[in-house]
Design a protein around this ligand. Structure first.
Ligand code: CTP
Ligand code: ZN
Length: 155
């Protein structure tokens, strides 16, 4: 068995996206960010806490037939700042980039403060400033430190 065979945990995909180098333990949150719970029949492979050279343990998510939006990548960066996004076409990695943590995420997270102008029936898009340890609503200063994925706006 070659080294490659030994290392491969989940099979290669044909067309889609491999999100690699996810912070260990965050794969299920990555799936939440992508709105994947299996009920729509999406073809997804997940590896959790697998050994990695670059990180002690990493998670990996492979989604067949799907490329990610910039908004999705922005939120991913909040829980998996070292992640790499690999676009696969016809079994080859045709694009690879590291996620970048944006200074703000707009229209992606909903503010947990029910009195916030962004949660009233006003046409105000949510806007969060990204901090080292969480995100802050620029309208009401509410800080979300944990479980950021639970605050993703449902479309
Ligand atoms: N991959 C996959 N299906 C493919 C091609 C690649 O699932 N058809 C996966 C690989 O298993 C790997 C990731 O996509 O987890 C990136 O592939 P590649 O760039 O070939 O691997 P590395 O060079 O090891 O990536 P890196 O340098 O980013 O660690
Ligand atoms: Zn707010």
């Amino acid at each position: 068995m070659s080294d490659d065979d030994r290392e491969l945990r989940v099979s290669k995909i044909r067309n889609g996206t491999v999100i690699d180098h996810i912070t260990g333990g965050q794969a299920l949150n990555v799936l939440a960010i992508l709105g994947i719970n299996g009920s729509s029949g999406e073809e997804v492979s997940v590896g959790m806490n697998v050994p990695s050279d670059r990180m002690k343990r990493k998670d990996i998510v492979k989604v067949e037939g799907r490329e990610l939006s910039q908004n999705e990548v922005d939120v991913l960066s909040l829980i998996a700042p070292a992640a790499t996004i690999n676009i696969v076409r016809d079994y080859e990695v045709v694009e690879k980039h590291r996620v970048e943590t944006p200074s703000e995420v707009v229209g992606v997270l909903s503010c947990p403060n029910h009195n916030c102008i962004t949660t009233a029936q006003e046409p105000v898009e949510s806007r969060f400033e990204v901090l080292d340890e969480g995100v802050r609503c620029v309208y009401c200063d509410t800080i979300i430190r944990q479980n950021i994925a639970e605050h993703i706006e449902v479309e």
